[in-house]
Design a protein around this ligand. Structure first.
Ligand code: ATR
Length: 309
């Protein structure tokens, strides 16, 4: 059943949210609320502007107020790691948290997601997951139509999103990874970690000395109109790549993607990654299969403002 108007909030409405700084660009509320409506769930999803120094406080507040889950975006994905009571293997493996599930302990001592429990008088803990990493791989294949396995990849950014992407791409069997980050020490440390964990993958820092199949922007550059490009085009022109993927999805055509299209590259923005990471988070919170086409349509309407078919 689909509602044409949002459900009203009741005293029993279950709550989820995304925390970020900035946050006003986020399309996550449209996507998640459309999914709640489609399944007739009395749940709502909010977007909260949370400064990095307030992240711990905000997570504790959400836990105390009975929230079911939280998504984390820029710049919280690495900061949240030590704040979690427990880490799922996905967060351990990919080294960043983008989804928090609040879990409650029942009388038998088992931890159950708050959103799937009716007994909410026990202790509550935070459990961190990473749903970004698999979502990126799926979106690269579907939206950029380039298989990361065996590919030479230039990855821009070594924050939370960049770190998860680099480790997951290495696990997927990328041939060569070049890591570029403003804070070079973070790229160096990530390259070192990949060399130790994935010895079959060639990993370097700095710009490639050859053509690549894929360039991925995992920095936050492109969110603001005044942002510089995330790549130094004088030293690495976009025509050296087959495809360019930008995790930024608003604006839908980022300056990087615009230039990439002009250079003849195939391109994709981060809508597909947002969709798949969101669907996985939604399932973790509700325990139900996410209505993926409803979520995709909600995102497209929000991001393209109904200008595409
Ligand atoms: P997230 O958790 O969403 O990945 P993050 O960890 O703050 O957020 O990472 C943001 C990324 O964008 C980082 O790679 C960051 O570079 P630094 O590691 O040097 O901070 C990059 N970034 C943000 N603002 C930038 C800017 N003005 N110039 C270049 N890179 C920038």
């Amino acid at each position: 059943m689909t509602f044409s108007v949002p459900r009203s909030v009741t005293a029993q409405t279950r709550l989820c949210a995304v925390f970020g700084d900035p946050i006003r660009h986020s399309a996550s509320p449209s996507m998640h609320n459309a999914a709640f409506d489609a399944l007739n769930l009395d749940w709502r999803y909010l977007a909260c502007h949370v400064l990095p120094e307030k992240l711990d406080e905000a997570l504790k507040g959400a836990r105390s107020m009975g929230f079911c889950g939280v998504n984390l975006t820029v710049p919280h994905k690495l900061l949240a790691l030590p704040m979690m009571d427990s880490l799922d293997l996905s967060a351990q493996d990919w080294g960043a948290v983008n989804t928090v599930v609040f879990e409650t302990q029942n009388k038998e001592g088992l931890w159950t997601p708050v959103g799937q429990s009716n007994a909410l008088d026990g202790p509550v803990r935070t459990r961190g997951f990473n749903t970004d990493a698999d979502a990126l791989i799926q979106s690269l294949r579907e939206d950029l139509t380039i298989d990361p396995r065996g590919a030479r990849i230039l990855l821009l950014g070594a924050g939370g999103a960049g770190r998860a992407a680099a480790l997951r791409l290495a696990d997927e069997g990328a041939l060569v990874l070049w890591l570029v980050n403003r804070t070079t020490a973070k790229a160096d440390a990530l390259a070192q970690e990949i060399a130790e964990r994935f010895p079959a993958v060639e990993v370097r820092t700095g710009l490639p000395d050859t053509d690549v199949e894929i360039i991925i922007n995992a920095t936050s550059l492109g969110l603001k109109a005044s942002d510089p490009l995330p790549l130094d085009l004088a030293n690495y022109p976009l025509c050296r790549a087959d495809g360019v993927y930008d995790m930024v999805y608003r604006p839908s055509l980022t300056p990087l993607l615009d230039l990439a299209q002009r250079a003849g590259c195939c391109t994709a923005n981060g809508l597909g990654m947002l969709l798949y990471q969101g669907a996985a988070a939604w399932t973790l919170w509700t325990g139900q299969i996410a209505p993926i086409e409803t979520m995709r349509q909600a995102l497209r309407s929000e991001i393209y403002r109904n200008t595409i078919a």
